[in-house]
Structure formats: structure tokens, C-alpha cells
Design a protein around this ligand. Structure first.
Ligand SMILES: Nc1ncnc2c1ncn2[C@@H]1O[C@H](COP(=O)(O)OP(=O)(O)OP(=O)(O)O)[C@@H](O)[C@H]1O
Length: 326
């Protein structure tokens, strides 16, 4: 267990955020309260357009809150100049644009810009920090590779290494797992978790990847239209049902026992007997095929897989579902 004491790295109180467009004020988020804690991986989740990027812009000083306070180390964020802010908060945005012929090593070295200035001349200490960032993200072997010649997952790790080289206490990432395959999505989120734990950073990740966020995050921030931001452990949000705020309407709900979002079977008229797991997957296939009602009870056997029905036995879901159509 860590002996380091967690502290509030960033705090928002009564924040109201919005844009002015053609002299019209458009409020996006109001009365927002949150605390970003060091040593934790926090995931910010919410539907498209709710204002996640707007909140990130405010944290980065790109837009000024209309109301409320945003503070870093207990001081208003507006009291920090941009260079100091860049040493404290490192950001990885969704679609970064860097020249393809830049090497991974050069990209990571860019993280030292707030310290070196635009001359980019690295001191011995800067070189050591770059090497450590490459090694912490497990991409030292890619140092001389060009960005255009590595995979999306490797490029994302290089972007995280660049942010680490910035050596701030806070790391903010906007959808770092977008475009990645399942294994890379897990790897990136696990890496971010390790960074939060091992380096005592406060890591905030904007994501739509609920499954992986559930596996890795210490805390969720749920944003929804017209309701206050809810911050808690993911497990608490599941247990008290708040997680369903992400799924308005009755069509989908979080299945407590399976730990994932599923289409709701509002009224189960599928009469299926058999082992729980087998029944679950047969039900799922039937619902996907638009079948929510069976005339007669059926039984599922697991070894060998068989569906026993009035019309006979079926050894595959395909043949069973076809028999229902005929
Ligand atoms: N520069 C801008 N000027 C005016 N309105 C804006 C501006 N940027 C964003 N908005 C509006 O603010 C709202 C929130 O947008 P934002 O990008 O913060 O949402 P989001 O939660 O990050 O969405 P997504 O999950 O799709 O990335 C949207 O209605 C959007 O149209």
C-alpha cells in the first residue's frame, strides 16, 4: 500500500462554462464541482456534446469560466502564466498533428519545451527525463523510429511519453484509446494507471470506453445534461445505480452481475431452461434477431450444445433461429 498522502491536484468550485457566439451566450456546463486527486486515474465519461472537451479547455486555460473558481495547488489557475501551467499540466489531445518524419525520440524530447524554450537544446537532465519517459512507457526500442512508420498504439504511447517528459503533476488525455484495438486499449489504460500510482500523478482521461474504464479507473466523473457532475468510485456508482445516468431511456441498462451495459429485456417472454451462461447467450442471440417471445419453452444443453424444442433438436443458434422464422 502506498504511504504517500493523496492530495487535491486540481479543484473546481461552482464552475459555469460556455461560449459566446454572435453575441449570444451559450452556457454548456453550470455549477460544476470536482476534485482531481493525485495518485489516481480518473475517467471523465458522458454523452457526446455534454461538455467534456469544454471542461478540459477550461482546465487548460483556453476558455475562462463565467462563474466559479478553478484552482491548482490551492491557487486560482488564472494566477499561473501559460509557461508555468505547461510545467504542471501535460495534455494528450485526440488527434495530434506532428510531422511523420519526426522520430519518437524527437517527439518525446518536445515534452521538455517548457524547460528548454524553443531552442530545444536539452541538458543532461532533460536527456535523462526523456529516456525515463521512454522507458516508463516501454517504448525505448522505438526511439529512432519515425512516427509515420509505427502503429497507432505505439504512437499513442509515444504521445503519453511526451506528456510524461513534461514532468507535470497532472496528466490530461482526451480519448487516448480512440482508434485502438482491444489489447492496445487495455495496455494504454493500464499504463496510465501505473503512471498515476507509481509517479503520484493525477491522471484525467476523457473516454467513451466504459468497459475498460471500469477495469482501470479509481474514480469516475459522470457528466450529464442538466445534472451536477457525479464523482465517485466506479464500483459505488454501479452499486447505487448512478452509472445508468450514462444510459438515458429504458433501452439499455448496466447489468450488475455481468458488469456491463446490456440491452434491457423489459418483459422476459423467452422461456428458456438450462445452465445460466448458455441461457444468457441464447437469449442475447434471439433478442438481436428481433425475437423477444417464444410460444413454447425450450431447453438448452451445454455438452454437446443442443437446443431442444417442440420442433426438434438444434445444434446451432442459426438453425434454431431459422426454425422460428419458418
Ligand atoms: N468553440 C465553440 N463555440 C461554440 N460552441 C461550442 C464550441 N465548442 C463546443 N461548442 C458546443 O459545446 C457543447 C459541448 O461540446 P464539447 O465538445 O465540450 O462536448 P464533448 O462532451 O466533449 O463531446 P464529444 O464526446 O462528442 O467529444 C456542444 O454543444 C458544442 O456544439
Amino acid at each position: 500500500m502506498s504511504t504517500r498522502k493523496a492530495h487535491i491536484a486540481l479543484e473546481g468550485k461552482g464552475l459555469s462554462l460556455g461560449y459566446v457566439h454572435q453575441k449570444q451566450r451559450k452556457e454548456i456546463l453550470s455549477d460544476l464541482n470536482f476534485q482531481l486527486i493525485s495518485g489516481e486515474l480518473t475517467c471523465l465519461l458522458g454523452p457526446n456534446g455534454v461538455g467534456k472537451s469544454t471542461l478540459i479547455k477550461a482546465i487548460l486555460g483556453q476558455i475562462t469560466p463565467w462563474k466559479g473558481t478553478l484552482s491548482l495547488e490551492n491557487q486560482p489557475i488564472s494566477s499561473f502564466d501559460l509557461k508555468t501551467l505547461a510545467k504542471k499540466i501535460a495534455v494528450v489531445l485526440t488527434d495530434p498533428v506532428f510531422p511523420g518524419n519526426m522520430t519518437v525520440g524527437q517527439l518525446v524530447a518536445l515534452g521538455r519545451t517548457p524547460y528548454t524554450g524553443w531552442s530545444g537544446k536539452l541538458s543532461l537532465e532533460d536527456h535523462e527525463i526523456v529516456e525515463k519517459a521512454l522507458s516508463d512507457t516501454k517504448i525505448t526500442y522505438l526511439k529512432e523510429e519515425r512516427l509515420s512508420e509505427i502503429s497507432d498504439g505505439q504512437r499513442q504511447k509515444a504521445m503519453i511519453a511526451r506528456a510524461l517528459a513534461q514532468d507535470g503533476d497532472i496528466l490530461i488525455l482526451d480519448e487516448p484509446t480512440a482508434h485502438l484495438d482491444l489489447v492496445n486499449r487495455f495496455e494504454i489504460m493500464t499504463l496510465l494507471r501505473e503512471i498515476a500510482k507509481n509517479q503520484d500523478h493525477a491522471v484525467l482521461v476523457v473516454t467513451h470506453d466504459l468497459d475498460i474504464a471500469l477495469e482501470t479507473a479509481d474514480r469516475f466523473w459522470l457528466l450529464n445534461c442538466g445534472t451536477p457532475l457525479i464523482a465517485d468510485r466506479p464500483e459505488s456508482l454501479i452499486l447505487n445505480g448512478s452509472i445508468n445516468q450514462l444510459l438515458p431511456g429504458e433501452k439499455y441498462a448496466f447489468n450488475l452481475s455481468r458488469g456491463k451495459v446490456e440491452a434491457q429485456l423489459l418483459e422476459n417472454q423467452l422461456k428458456i431452461k438450462g445452465p445460466k451462461e448458455q441461457v444468457f447467450w441464447v437469449e442475447k442471440a434471439l433478442l438481436k434477431a428481433g425475437i423477444s417471445r417464444l410460444e413454447h419453452e425450450v431447453s438448452v444443453l451445454s455438452e454437446p450444445f443442443t437446443i431442444q424444442t417442440e420442433k426438434g433438436n438444434f445444434s446451432s443458434l442459426d438453425s434454431f433461429i431459422q426454425s422460428l422464422d419458418s
